[in-house]
Design a protein around this ligand. Structure first.
Ligand SMILES: Nc1ncnc2c1ncn2[C@@H]1O[C@H](COP(=O)(O)OP(=O)(O)OP(=O)(O)O)[C@@H](O)[C@H]1O
Ligand SMILES: [Mg+2]
Length: 493
């Protein structure tokens, strides 16, 4: 007896667009020649950069991508599927990582790709937005998208592949994801324990042999998983140095000569030659003390509880680049003690917006002083705010981060209050993490300075230090007096 045909077989039906697409995507048979074509032609034609031009991978980006794709499609001879890439800064690491994630997602249906960066901003603005941009700038590629969720850095394709862009700052949020492809960008800036305990297990949980693991970064921290990977046996290793990037036109040599003069020999070796060196990376703040003092539960204060403080000041750090954030910290003084009442951050706002924000926050918290970073863009904000608040019982004080001595004293004051135990902070992981950005640096003459790591956000701490500085004004410390003297002397010269 013939079976009734409940549903026509696929070849007799007219395929829906979706089915056609799925079929096309799953049918692509990857060969060595195809991979060459993809890297040399397809990428340049189909991945359109923000400036409207096609992306041409550099030779070294292609070499790595080629090895990875050969491996991903079983066309290589063995290899562990683990890659360690150390590179100079601006060498095109994050670009490479984003493109690789996208290619693997498009070419291998149902692939789970997790890309991790040290902080949220790098994961979203650095990686998610790059991939998202390549997808929507090309109509054909956009059709392959099932859905995109910016808030959690998630991109799903119709072929079943997913790309997740996560940050390492929220370790709890890393649990529960499995990955076929795991990419860790700036792995030198993620604590070793977090990589080992929370991140690597994402690939460990999958049994297939085609898993891929990438650790990528600049070699600035030997106390890191990146360093272990580089020195271990398991990883295929690549090094990208400034000369490669100059040759490919990603950097120019004048720029390099300029920064070379600004950096110590070791710093240049790390950031441009991609050489492992120990940069002095002692924490500036006593991190155990910070942990101990982060105890205030966040709450909203009404008028009465705010008026219980002797004085309240606001510190504001103004974003210097398009990508960084502006932060306000609100600090109250009660007797000998200081309390971080609250903080606020925003990104990508114009200066007039920032002005309104500052003014309303100052009024809302009944601040008597506002201390503003008046370096660069901040100078304008500071001047205008001074005018606006004239006669309103709020004093506006500018602070210039470009003056080395003053800058050091500003952070040193914060360090002092913390270590004396006079400063109470919010119970807040993000805040606590930001203290890690500050390291001690010894100058050639043996004096101490504060250095900030570039990959950890620190805007709230800057706001906090500025707010504390507000309680200072009126008093003239020796250092300030000396500085004024410097200014007077140099003016006379
Ligand atoms: N193949 C390429 N063609 C054109 N531009 C590129 C290419 N690769 C990277 N770039 C651009 O060069 C700049 C630096 O690249 P990217 O951000 O990927 O470098 P990075 O090594 O991650 O740098 P960082 O140390 O800042 O993290 C970016 O503006 C990026 O868009
Ligand atoms: Mg990068």
């Amino acid at each position: 007896m013939r079976m009734a045909m409940a549903y026509p077989p696929i070849y007799l039906r007219k395929l829906s667009d979706k089915e056609k697409l799925v079929k096309r995507m799953t049918m692509i048979r990857i060969t060595e020649t195809r991979i060459e074509k993809i890297l040399n032609e397809w990428v340049g034609k189909n991945l359109i950069k923000g400036d409207g031009k096609g992306l041409n991978l550099t030779e070294y980006q292609k070499n790595i991508a080629r090895d990875v794709l050969l491996r991903a499609f079983g066309l290589d001879r063995g290899g562990s599927g683990k890659y360690c890439i150390i590179s100079c800064t601006r060498g095109g690491k994050t670009e490479l990582v984003s493109v690789l994630g996208l290619l693997l997602a498009l070419l291998r249906p149902a692939t789970q790709i997790v890309i991790i960066a040290p902080i949220y901003r790098q994961a979203i603005e650095g990686i998610f937005e790059r991939i998202d941009g390549y997808l929507w700038r090309n109509k054909k590629l956009w059709k392959a998208v099932r859905r995109i969720q910016r808030h959690n850095g998630r991109i799903e394709l119709k072929n079943g592949s997913k790309i997740l862009c996560l940050s390492a700052t929220n370790p709890e949020g890393l649990l529960g994801y499995g990955a076929d492809v795991l990419i860790v960008d700036e792995a030198g800036s993620i604590p070793r324990d977090i990589i080992k305990q929370r991140i690597l297990r994402m690939v460990m949980t999958k049994k297939e042999t085609k898993n891929l693991l990438f650790t990528i970064g600049t070699p600035h921290n030997r106390d890191s998983y990146l360093f272990d990977a580089w020195n271990g046996e398991d990883f295929t290793k690549y090094r990208i140095v400034w000369r490669d990037a100059v040759r490919e036109g990603l950097m120019n040599e004048d720029e390099i000569n300029f920064v070379r003069k600004q950096l110590s020999e070791d710093e240049f070796a790390v950031w441009y030659e991609a050489q492992w060196r120990d940069l002095s990376e002692d924490d500036f703040f006593d991190m155990a003390r910070v942990r101990e003092k982060c105890i205030i539960e966040k709450k909203s204060y009404d008028k009465e509880s705010l008026s219980a403080f002797d004085e309240i000041t606001l510190g504001c750090d103004i974003a210097r680049y398009g990508t960084s954030k502006s932060a306000i910290a609100i600090v109250g003084k009660l007797g000998e003690n200081f309390y971080l009442i609250d903080y606020r951050t925003v990104s990508k706002k114009g200066l007039s917006w920032i002005l309104g924000w500052l003014e309303s926050t100052a009024k809302r918290f009944r601040a008597s002083k506002v201390v503003i970073d008046e370096t660069g863009l901040g100078a304008g904000v500071c001047d205008v705010l001074k005018e606006r608040l004239v006669g309103k019982d709020i004093e506006v004080i500018g602070f210039n981060f470009a003056k080395r001595k003053e800058r050091f004293n500003l952070y040193d004051r914060l360090k002092y209050e913390l270590e004396e135990g006079n400063l109470y902070l919010l119970k807040d992981e993000k805040l606590r993490q930001q203290f890690n950005a500050f390291k001690v640096k010894y100058r050639a003459d043996g004096t101490k300075d504060v250095e900030k790591l570039r990959n950890i956000e620190s805007d709230i701490i800057d706001g906090l230090a500025l707010a504390l500085h507000g309680f200072n004004s009126g008093k003239c410390s020796v250092a300030e007096f000396m500085l004024d003297l410097d200014v007077v002397l140099s003016m006379g010269a």
